[in-house]
Design a protein around this ligand. Structure first.
Ligand code: UDP
Length: 378
């Protein structure tokens, strides 16, 4: 039984759900929590996944505690009725922490995809760092995307035999989407692609950036759009009103800024492919962009994804207005620096994370053998 709810979870579990669906010895049951309704439906549609159960936990402005309570309350009867052999969760949202504990209380083995990411600070990202540590405590099988994430788990005394390095399934999804190709469904983006103009792709949504930090991002974008008239800034804006009210007022009336609704995954990967550089606080985009050779400036103070920072294609710059402007300016002006940051690297996966995950799950259930682990190129 796979349980997921947000857009990034849907993208990252989709390749695993498809692998489980194709496994003759397994039956796939999917439970969506319904947190990001529209963005979730978009992904389910692309990957042709029709959820078995929907917990429908969304509520405007609800607290994390109410969300957790709803997941416990609505998931438990399903766990009782279905009695799955294993529950698969992905990542670090609060619903993942709740679903993991709920399964653990029912003595159902928890398989944690993307296990072992750590920022080192329980406060940041909030509440994700706590959620992923909680999930690690109750998981039976830890599917770590990289050797670094495995090392984090072993440092916390997790049984080494229960950790498998699979690569990140986000790369499986990305390669599948890029291979599928096709035109933009958004007409503004189709025109942009034809124009051949340089694109600065921006996304921001993290809870710890809500408020003044996000205003800083908005002001910086205004200055960048004014200074670099030959660039087009594209902002697929998250649905959260906290994000919209902070950033959008700074972008009104700028002709070289395109603000879109959250893009379907296919359009987003197309946009990423044609971007010159990326400014984001997203976790998934930090993983995807390096394999397409796109430099990323991360609007955060720390990251639980150090691999691409070490490879030199991702740089942490925070949310200070002046720093953002300076960093973008220097990357645009300094060709050698840009060339260095835009070499394609693949520290997060090789597109085979889903088959490795499936094999590890089958091995845990005693019906198959593990595959060789993922090794990043040196
Ligand atoms: N994404 C998308 N449409 C968008 C913006 C992002 O499909 O308009 C995808 C992106 O390719 C990545 C994932 O959503 O795989 C990242 O989601 P998000 O930034 O919301 O969450 P995070 O990765 O930070 O948890």
């Amino acid at each position: 039984m796979t349980i997921y709810g947000t857009r990034p979870e849907a993208i990252k579990v989709a390749p695993v759900i498809k692998a489980i669906e194709g496994a003759p010895k397994l039956e796939s049951i999917t439970v969506v929590t319904g947190q990001h309704r529209m963005m979730l439906d978009q992904v389910n549609e692309i990957f042709d996944i029709d959820p078995t159960y929907d917990l429908d936990v969304f509520g405007v402005g609800q607290t994390l505690n109410l969300l957790m309570a709803k997941v416990f309350d609505r998931l438990d009867p399903i766990l009782e009725e279905v009695a799955p052999d294993a529950v698969v969760v992905q990542g670090d949202t609060s619903s993942v922490a709740a679903a993991s504990i709920a399964a653990f209380y029912r003595r159902i083995p928890v398989v944690h995809l993307e296990a072992g990411l750590r920022s080192g600070s329980i406060e940041s990202p909030f509440p994700e760092e706590a959620n992923r540590r909680i999930t690690s405590q109750v998981a039976t099988l830890h599917l770590a995307p990289t050797a670094t994430s495995r090392a984090n788990l072993l440092r916390e005394q997790v049984d080494p035999g229960s950790v498998v390095v699979t690569g990140n399934t986000v790369i499986d999804a990305l390669l599948r989407a890029v291979e599928a190709g096709g035109p933009f469904s958004d007409p503004d983006l189709a025109r942009l692609a034809d124009s051949g103009r340089q694109v600065l792709l921006v996304t921001t949504h993290r809870r710890e950036n809500w408020g003044e930090a996000m205003h800083g991002v908005g002001r910086a974008l205004h200055r960048l759009a004014t200074e670099f008239r030959d660039y087009v800034i594209v902002l697929p804006v998250h649905r959260n009103p906290m994000v919209r009210t902070a950033v959008l007022p700074y972008l009104a009336g700028l002709s070289n800024v395109i603000v879109t609704e959250p893009l379907p995954y296919g359009d987003f990967t197309r946009l990423l492919s044609l971007s010159t550089l990326v400014l984001t606080d997203s976790g998934g985009i930090q993983e995807e962009a390096p394999s397409l050779g796109k430099p990323v400036l991360v609007l955060r103070e720390n990251t639980e994804r150090p691999e691409a920072v070490e490879a030199g294609t991702v740089r942490l710059i925070g949310t200070d207005e002046n720093r953002i402007v300076t960093e973008v300016r220097s990357l645009i002006a300094d060709h050698a620096q840009y060339e260095f940051m835009s070499h394609a690297v693949n520290p997060y996966g090789d597109g085979m994370a889903a088959p490795r995950s499936l094999a590890a799950i089958e091995s845990m259930l005693g019906i198959g053998d593990r595959l060789p682990e993922f090794k990043a190129e040196e």
